[in-house]
Ligand binder design. Structure first.
Ligand SMILES: Cc1cc2nc3c(=O)[nH]c(=O)nc-3n(C[C@H](O)[C@H](O)[C@H](O)COP(=O)(O)O)c2cc1C
Ligand code: SF4
Length: 431
């Protein structure tokens, strides 16, 4: 069988892959050259990205070309405009952008430049999370190299196109403006009113990384990989109870089982798979029996889950789903910015209730209380999707693992806790 073509990680295994020299020897900046010297108009670039079917890799899977086309026409709206690059990956399980930032930062810079050309943006900000020291330093160094070589700055390749890229490490739009990083209500949408009230597009690192390959090899080539509605390859970060956790590149539509077995070496210690999460903690738990699902937007949606950031988390038969959910609920409680009462109160209640069930102090009515709280945190009721991101895994635990919740309540203890382990009451105690 023909092995799938890999491109996202094609440079990352080479020594010094983060340097301009190695990047240039492996197709680096050729796509940008083609755009600027080949007479591509901004609309043609957007058209190619639309035709490729590329969908955002930041979690929601929104079509990238369509998003770019929402930016107003600069002839009619001459305000400054921005691209904000989301390199803030922080959802439990998600770790794929880190590989690109550390090992192929010029690939991101080239993607940013092409996106800026297409949307006629002159300033881009890369928002790198504070914990990502090495990725931040690699991007900063690559930017300095690219600027010195004339790939970033004024009149790139003697064209009319000028673009500045700034590395940032504290905050996204609010925090880029120096304020607390609180999500903003929508509308207005960023394309009309984003950074400093100006037209702005927000894109994920991996999304932009795809763009130079689409320009060099064509939309049809891109559509030859993946599925009809989820074309291209994706970076899957697989963690938890597997033999070889890591970040792997696969065509969209690859079965989760194949990824688990062929790439991650199967469930560790030869154990059985009890539960798994397909796309980061906000996509919820699925039972191990559904590991045959295809990793693409439609298949996972049909199964009541989501592709998210393709961050697969695997739990073996000895793991406690309630304990795993307790840890995730604590994360959402901590992350809630507190602007919306459903989220502020809901995430704290979820965290406390999962903790008391796990500790053996739960009541049978707590299980329906979890569902009722999660119902109150549904999309559309809060400013951003964080509340929903806590509600989805809660619903999934009640739906697929109700018996496990009931066993905790009936036995007054965690059935998966062996006698020689410390009490959960003292592990990760909160509030
Ligand atoms: C709670 C929450 C966390 C998010 N975390 C990230 C993240 O870490 N990285 C990211 O690129 N997008 C993240 N997103 C999605 C972004 O808001 C945004 O949609 C994305 O960066 C858009 O890029 P894309 O269209 O290229 O995917 C998150 C969204 C929510 C609601
Ligand atoms: S949903 Fe939560 S994180 Fe998002 S704005 Fe409201 S309170 Fe803040």
């Amino acid at each position: 069988m023909k092995s799938p073509e890999l491109y996202l990680l094609s440079r990352t295994n080479r020594p010094d892959s983060h340097t301009l020299d190695v990047f240039r020897r492996h197709e680096g900046y050729q796509a940008l050259e083609r755009v600027l010297k080949g007479g591509f108009s901004p609309q043609e670039v957007i058209g190619m990205v639309k035709d490729s079917g590329l969908r955002g890799r930041g979690g929601a899977g929104f079509p990238t070309g369509l998003k770019w086309s929402f930016m107003p026409d600069p002839e009619k709206d001459p305000r400054p405009r921005y691209l904000a690059v989301n390199a803030d990956e922080s959802e439990p399980g998600t770790c794929k952008d880190r590989v690109l930032l550390e090992k192929d930062p010029h690939g991101l810079i080239e993607g940013i430049l092409i996106a800026c050309y297409a949307m006629q943006v002159k300033t881009a900000y890369v928002y790198v999370r504070g914990e990502y020291r090495l990725p931040h330093d690699r991007v900063a160094k690559a930017l300095a190299e690219a600027r010195a070589a004339g790939w970033v700055g004024e009149n790139i390749l003697d064209s009319d196109f000028s673009c500045e890229i700034c590395g940032e490490e504290t905050g996204l739009m609010e925090s880029l403006e120096g304020k607390r990083g609180h999500p903003r209500p929508k509308p207005p949408f960023p394309a009309g009113f984003g950074l400093w009230g100006q037209p702005t597009t927000v894109n994920n690192v991996e999304t932009l990384h795809n763009v130079p390959f689409i320009i060099l090899r064509g939309a049809e080539w891109y559509r030859s990989m993946g599925t009809e509605k989820s074309p291209g390859n994706i970076l899957v970060g697989i963690s938890g109870h597997v033999e070889r956790p890591g970040v792997y590149e696969v065509p969209l539509g690859t079965s989760a089982q194949k990824i688990l077995e062929d790439h991650a070496g199967g469930v560790w210690k030869g154990r059985k798979l009890k539960a798994w999460i397909p796309g980061g903690s906000s996509t919820g738990f699925l039972p191990g029996s559904q590991i045959g699902l295809s990793m693409d937007h439609d298949s996972l949606k049909e199964a009541g889950s989501m592709l998210g950031t393709a961050a697969m988390i695997m739990l073996d038969e000895t793991a406690c789903v309630v304990r795993a959910m307790q840890v995730m609920a604590r994360f959402y409680d901590h992350e809630s910015c507190g602007q919306c009462s459903q989220c502020r109160e809901g995430t704290e209640w979820l965290s406390q209730i999962f903790r008391r069930i796990e500790c053996g102090d739960g009541r049978v009515e707590d299980i329906d209380l979890l569902t009722s709280l999660a119902n109150g945190m549904a999309p559309g009721k809060t400013i951003c999707a964080l509340a929903d991101a806590a509600a989805i895994p809660t619903h999934s635990v009640v739906r697929h693992f109700r018996a496990e919740l009931e066993a905790h309540v009936e036995q007054g203890r965690c059935p998966y806790l062996s006698n020689d382990q410390p009490s959960q009451a003292t592990v990760g105690a909160h509030a």
